[in-house]
Design a protein around this ligand. Sequence first.
Ligand SMILES: [Zn+2]
Length: 278
Amino acid sequence: MPELPEVETVRRALAGLVVGRKVVKVDLLREDYLRGGKEWLHRIHDARIVDAIRRGKFLALLLSNEIVFLHHLGMSGRLLYVPNEMPIETHVHLRIRLDAGTHELRQYDPRRFGFFAVMQQNDLSRFPSWALLGEEPFTISPSRFAALLTERTRPIKSLLLDQHVLAGLGNIYADESLFRARIHPARPAGTITHKEAATLLRNIRNVLKEAIRYGGTSTNDYRKLDGTLGDFQNLLRVYGREGKSCKRCGNAIIRRVLGGRSAHFCPVCQPSFDAIPT
Ligand SMILES: [Zn+2]
């Protein structure tokens, strides 16, 4: 699933290619891909895109008439900038035609866990999946981050995946951040010291920044706006590396199911809490 770096990569490309352009027409090829607010759809036509913003794993195009076009890529979604005359592929659910150009935006999503929603900008703060998002990894203070972990019995990995606590991390970057911070994914969040929390937050930011620099991770369906692959999959240290040797100590990386999700980690570099001398 696209996580913060993938969504941010798409956002930056949109900022360069479509901000300032006018929306000529929106074709909804699959009705149920638009959540609610169909009455706003006609308001998009002829509006200018004034900004492309990201919050957690959400993208939003802000339009000149105070309308916002919200998008979540879901599991397998791709937002693509393609030539207007390119034949429409199966699984393209939405087209956004733009003025004065040879290209348009198309949303491709075979598994259809993604969605679009259109609403007035004032209503965005009340849209449930946006309104309930937790703090952003790049702006949360270290003390606030440490406070979020206090007295929590849930495994730290599960807490990092909770979009209501911290918005933007998914399985890939939670595993990579915990490895770099040398914290076992199953460790109860409340046992993490303030110093360890600061180290973890620093590593979360470093991993996310590096992944953005490499255009995100294309292990599955994710593609950049121009349809090409991201490159960060070549730099992963634990995610998807079960049985391969740890790049730090040489031991085998293992995978365990934790809270219904796979956790990849090095049992030597990330000792379980019971094994940590007190
Ligand atoms: Zn190791």
